[in-house]
Design a protein around this ligand. Sequence first.
Ligand code: NDP
Length: 484
Amino acid sequence: ASANIGVVGLAVMGSNLARNLASREGNTVAVFNRSPERTRTLVDEHPEAGFIASESYDEFVASLQKPRTAVIMVQAGKGTDAVISELTARFEPGDIIVDGGNANFHDTIRREAEVRSHGLHFVGMGVSGGEEGALNGPSLMPGGTAESYETLGPILRTIAAKAPEDGEPCVTHVGTDGAGHFVKMVHNGIEYADMQLIAEAYDLIRQGTGKSPAEIADIFAAWNTGELESYLIEITAEVLRQVDAATGEPLVDVILDAAGAKGTGAWTVQNALDLGVPTSGIAEAVFARSLSSKAAQREASADLPGPAEAWTVAPEDADAFIEDVRRALYASKIIAYSQGFDEIISGAEQFGWNIDKGEIAKIWRAGCIIRARFLNRIAEAYADDPSLVALVVAPYFRDAIAGAQESWRRVVQIAAGAGIPTPAFSSSLAYYDGLRAKRLPAALIQGQRDFFGAHTYRRIDKDGVFHTLWSGDRTEIETEPSWH
Ligand code: NDP
């Protein structure tokens, strides 16, 4: 027993995480994979890591110091359950099983309860940053007990990405049981929204100004020096600049325009629906990918009528238009994050997690796909007011949107007029205006519901629950709240 931590599952993510762990002072890493070839390859290719390799679960468990700590990095779902049951059968009370795969947080809640019943700790940990992050520094979102974090935290702090501003490791104890995987899920949902918004900005500039992808790459590179500075803006410039070797065309013009998805965006939206949280920007981003992949419907619809006149931006107006798009992007991005944090707040209430929103913003500052300068502003907003009801009302973001909203409205108007789809820009603006509205037509909907289903309504001028006798003399009666 000489390893202080072990990794089970040595495909790309597990191998990289194991190498990251092994490269840090004080760690000796045990490794195990179901098929021993993978273990042998890793050990042969990385003698410098000093791995303790095993070819059976018994050997692997025996190679770990107590309390034993093992990180599972296998195919999410059945693979994870299989490894958990192997480890649970061999671990002893106080030992820690960490699942670093992309588990659904509902599974994590179930697994945590099951593993806890054996006296073991189970930590569902969101790992962001892909292969590169796993090797050089991911953003880590562990859930599980606070007690397990006492052992795990110091190790995770050594391997996590470090925030550029203050060198703080991008890891925190997110909350109990499934909290870590829940927050990782919302991270991915925000990522979908951010990518869709960037794509809409690109599309508007391209169609409006006729600039080439390489020219637009320069625009994104310039944006990356300001308030939009982020990994996604940076890589957007790289992708737009890429030229296809086979055709000499911009790569973006030869890539099939059908976006894939692995499902975590859909989970974010499904849970938002369950929780009643309006994450409309994230939902539009998920649906935009679905629409892009509906080949038969798109083909059948390709000659449906659009605006009579073609739209272009006059050359002398191009700079102003591009600046409008930049501001629309920033404002919509604030909405996407505001919606994502709203889901975190509701999830925390629903599942009994004590999640520090400012800490979440901080651990996303490096190592993960949505890393951005702007996360510092979010951390500050929650530091100033931990019970902030919505990010958009924090003074900094309120001012940022105040400065951007005229541009945002122009861009959405132009897009609608030109027949260019901007579902994320448009829905974010509608969400913002919905929040702002002093009075919403929801009153009419309550009237309709009461008419056809006697669903009752409340009044603005007195307490109680009311129903109008629509099919009778249409007088109003006070009643019990409707249950249907
Ligand atoms: P895969 O998701 O491709 O899974 C392959 C690994 O799972 C192999 O080690 C395989 O073992 C093992 N495995 C599958 N079924 C079983 C089983 N029943 N018992 C034991 N082991 C099993 O590997 P990745 O490295 O791509 O991803 C690992 C995890 O990390 C996944 O949950 C994935 O979703 C997540 N991930 C996260 C990313 C991120 O950015 N955070 C990016 C990519 C992945 P064998 O070699 O024997 O087949």
